[in-house]
Design a protein around this ligand. Structure first.
Ligand code: NAD
Length: 471
């Protein structure tokens, strides 16, 4: 596909191949953007910001609503693109498209709700004859940098609110998965987004990232991706508004009163979908000793039953990882844990970019599969003694994106919600659950700022204070 820069679909001789992670075949190529392309994208986006801020909230509502309708109309094509470029199974890809329809619909609704508030200035000493109110205005140019694992919906979570709030937006999709974002750009243009208000620039983040993030024409950066790239972007951004949606090694606490059948179902659903490549995947299961053995016996056959294969085949339950290199990394971390005394109960093998669904018991918190973000299809189980110990282990990480607990005990559940340092807390489900309307974002080094259109439009706009000095 071509990239969309400067109001045109651009071809380049310097191209990157987009590979199908299942069999490594080339499914398409995209241009490898240069510094000149960044400059063109940003100068056009600066014009675009002036054009789109003149549109009414109602116009932007109509455009985004139309885009959501078109997305729904083209949903089977889009699901296929997601599976081909990302490797997730086709049912998960269809679900991602349906979520992106939701995200754009919610964004459309927010376009009509950007409002300020009356400020009771007469409550300030000596300000009795003043009236005041706030005005919410767009930021201007928004740069949206997205990861590979949800190549459509995580782009929609940035572009939808950015446009709803009246900004122009420059999308930089993940290098491995640019096709869904390019298709979304086509759809947004078809729905009526003013041409200069959207750009989609493809290539390596390492080539164009610094130039995009340090440019003074940009007022807001919204980034989803790994912790280290996020930190680099913050350093380059300087005095810009920034939202950071970063990684995690999410914990799930299992108390002795948990329903182990439901727990096993939840771990399979939240630990292995998209081959574990979800920022809120269940990575660390912290199980209380009285149910530890029973949990492992209930869980092992369920993990064994996850079959892998061609993600386009409806019967496949788990596809490949994004690249063979990542599967090799996961394998080496699992081997390292095994050498240090952990027990690989299920899986552990690799074939190309496929890493088998893996369950590891007796994991120590300091093992890499526990203390770093694994981002692969392996779940690490650690025995714990008390709720205090479980909460302390859950918090023993620099991340804090999502966490879960299984218990019927209200005191334990609420203690977990109050004391575990994570942006999302799930009682009686795993950490991997998200509705697109909810505020979503991490604590600690999992980032700052919230997504979810209602919250993201606040991050993508600025507040002015207007004071009337009455005589
Ligand atoms: P990544 O950090 O490698 O890449 C993310 C994006 O940053 C890509 O578009 C990449 O091209 C770009 N990039 C790379 N170098 C850059 C630079 N120097 N400047 C600017 N941009 C640059 O992440 P990934 O491997 O695509 O995705 C996986 C990571 O994303 C995991 O850590 C995962 O937890 C995280 N993630 C977080 C959330 C969330 O909502 N918190 C959601 C999904 C994924």
């Amino acid at each position: 596909m071509k990239m969309y820069v400067g109001g045109k679909w651009l071809e380049k001789t310097d191209k990157l191949e987009v590979l199908n992670p299942f069999d490594n075949t080339v499914i398409d190529t995209v241009p490898r953007a240069s510094m000149d392309d960044v400059d063109r994208a940003l100068s056009t986006a600066a014009e675009g910001a002036k054009a789109i801020r003149r549109t009414s909230g109602y116009d932007r509502f109509l455009i985004l609503k139309k885009a959501a309708e078109l997305l729904e109309q083209y949903s089977s094509d889009l699901a296929r693109i997601i599976t081909l470029e990302e490797g997730k199974i086709i049912s998960e890809a269809r679900f991602e498209v349906s979520r992106a329809v939701q995200t754009l619909t919610l964004s459309a609704e927010e376009a009509k709700r950007l409002s300020g508030e009356m400020v009771p200035l007469d409550g300030a000493p000596g300000a009795g004859n003043r009236m005041g109110f706030t005005l919410r205005i767009p930021c201007g140019v928004v740069v949206a940098i997205s990861p590979f694992n949800f190549p459509l919906n995580l782009v929609a979570h940035k572009v939808g609110p950015a446009l709803a709030a009246g900004n122009s937006v420059v999308i930089k999709p993940a290098t491995d998965t640019p096709l869904s974002a390019l298709r979304l750009t086509e759809i947004l243009l078809e729905a009526g987004v003013p041409q200069p208000a959207i750009q989609c620039i493809t290539g390596y983040g390492s080539d164009v990232g610094d130039a995009l993030c340090s440019d003074p024409r940009v007022r807001k950066i919204t980034f989803t991706g790994s912790r280290d790239v996020g930190e680099r972007i913050c350093r380059k951004a300087g005095l810009k508004k920034v939202t950071m949606e970063l990684g995690s090694n999410s914990p799930l606490i299992i108390m002795p009163d948990a329903d182990l059948e439901k727990v096993s179902q939840a771990i399979v659903a939240t630990g292995y979908s998209n081959a574990g490549q979800v920022c809120i995947s269940t990575q660390r299961v912290l199980a209380l000793r009285p149910i530890y053995e029973e949990l492992i016996s209930a869980l092992s056959p369920q993990v064994e039953s996850i079959n892998t294969g061609n993600p386009l085949d409806e019967k496949t339950k788990m596809g490949p990882m994004i690249r063979e290199k990542e599967a090799i990394r996961v394998q080496s971390w699992v081997e390292e844990a095994k050498q240090a005394g952990a027990k690989v109960l299920v899986g552990g093998e690799r074939k190309g970019s496929f890493f088998a669904p893996t369950l590891i018991a007796d994991v120590k918190p300091q093992m890499r599969i526990s203390c770093e973000e694994l981002f692969g299809p392996a779940v690490a189980v650690t025995p714990t003694g008390t709720i205090e110990e479980a909460i302390s282990l859950a918090n023993d990480t620099h991340y804090g994106l999502s966490a879960g607990i299984f218990t019927q005990n209200l005191d334990w559940a609420l203690r977990f919600a109050r004391e575990v340092d994570a942006g999302n807390l799930h009682i009686n489900w795993g950490p991997q659950w998200r509705a697109d309307l909810m505020p979503y974002g991490g604590l600690k080094e999992s980032g700052f700022g919230k997504e979810g259109p209602k919250y993201a439009v606040q991050e993508m706009s600025e507040l002015k204070m207007v004071v009337l000095h009455l005589s």
